[in-house]
Design a protein around this ligand. Structure first.
Ligand SMILES: [Mn+2]
Length: 353
């Protein structure tokens, strides 16, 4: 059981107590979707949940005790502070700064130690049950991308395309979007986080569509770049460079590979095409209960890929006022390489509208 593994980890670290914050962590460990804070102490765990979510948490949680507090940080502070002692060493994964400060002030000599790795080393390696949900989340994102391809045409507005995507994903079983979708057309496709506006899509434009679904709390993430009409030579060239970087990076992904090496391979392809200055973000990130989580595929990453990681491979080229191209799939690291969890086509033919 996950919680037992964590409790063991807390003991091995020599911590007197451990505080777990963040709704994804709480869900991962207790099945509660109501947030709050989980306190581990003397081999036992208690979930402190906001009063309004208490009935739901009682229904969801089977692995530990559930206690409630009046909503707000004041209530939470009162609830947990009675369980900490002066001079103890208390680990945490993440804490709101204000709560961190209050705990520091209230307990003379209490040592608050960041020990997020205790949880991340579990969450970053997905179990088979989690993978089933992530495969489904990936499939829903593919359906959303299909809806995007159908909705995209000259004159339609970005938000109308986004609406079709959301409609299809939720109709097919998603409980929500994994994040605010991006439908960024024309000059806006050069903004990696362009979001959605009321801009109309015009003939000849690049359209970056970056979407994901949430299925039973697990997220997916996919990006395709469409071209409305026949691509110009420059658009075609940029598209093919990004696609090559994406594919070459994907070929390298397997257990034991340093995450920064994959980033490096993609970056080299793009630099050799003299577009290096326009690849302005890292190659990818882990996905799971959150859409951005470890491991990180970047130039400075210290992460080494393991079987069971789910990561994105998403190089991009963004040329101001001209437009951008990003191609992203979410993949599972298997024993020998990857299993694609998003599978929408990505050849140039497939993205020409
Ligand atoms: Mn992504």
């Amino acid at each position: 059981m996950r919680l037992e593994r964590l409790i063991k980890g807390v003991e091995e670290e020599g911590l007197d107590a451990y505080l777990v914050h963040g709704s994804a962590n709480i869900y991962y460990l207790t099945s509660s979707t109501g947030g709050g804070l989980l306190l581990i102490r003397e081999g036992e765990a208690t979930l402190y949940t906001p009063g309004l979510n208490y009935p739901m948490a009682l229904e969801q949680v089977e692995v530990c005790e559930v206690s409630s507090y009046p909503r707000g940080e004041e209530g939470l502070f009162k609830a947990i502070s009675g369980r900490l002692r002066e001079g103890e060493s208390v680990g945490y994964n993440t804490l709101p700064l204000s709560l961190y400060r209050r705990l520091r002030e209230a307990f003379e000599g209490v040592e608050l130690r960041e020990r997020s790795e205790l949880i991340w080393r579990m969450r970053r390696v997905k179990e088979e049950g989690e993978l089933e949900l992530m495969r489904r989340a990936g499939r829903l994102a593919d359906l959303g991308m299909e809806a995007a391809r159908e909705a995209l045409r000259q004159g339609v507005r970005e938000h109308e395309v986004a609406a079709e995507i959301a409609h299809v994903m939720m109709r097919e079983g998603a409980e929500g979007l994994a994040f605010q979708p991006i439908v960024a057309s024309g000059y806006r496709s050069a903004y990696p986080h362009g979001g959605v506006t009321d801009k109309r899509i015009e003939q000849g434009e690049l359209v970056v569509v970056d979407i994901g679904a949430t299925y039973k709390e697990y997220r997916s993430d996919i990006t395709r770049t469409f071209i409305v009409g026949k691509p110009s030579q420059r658009q075609e060239r940029i598209y093919n460079v990004v696609l090559e970087a994406h594919l070459k990076a994907m070929e390298t992904l397997k257990p034991g590979v340093e995450a920064r090496e994959a980033d490096d391979i993609a970056r080299r392809v793009i630099s050799e095409a003299e577009l290096g200055e326009y690849f302005i973000h890292s190659l990818g990130h882990g996905v799971g209960l959150e859409v951005h989580e470890p491991p990180t595929l970047s130039e400075r990453s210290e992460d080494v890929l393991e079987r069971g990681n789910v990561v994105t491979d998403e190089p991009g080229v963004y040329i101001p006022r001209f437009g951008g191209v990003r191609i992203e799939d979410m993949v599972l690291i298997t024993d020998s390489g990857v299993e694609r969890l998003t599978r929408f086509e990505k050849d140039l033919d497939a993205v020409m509208i």
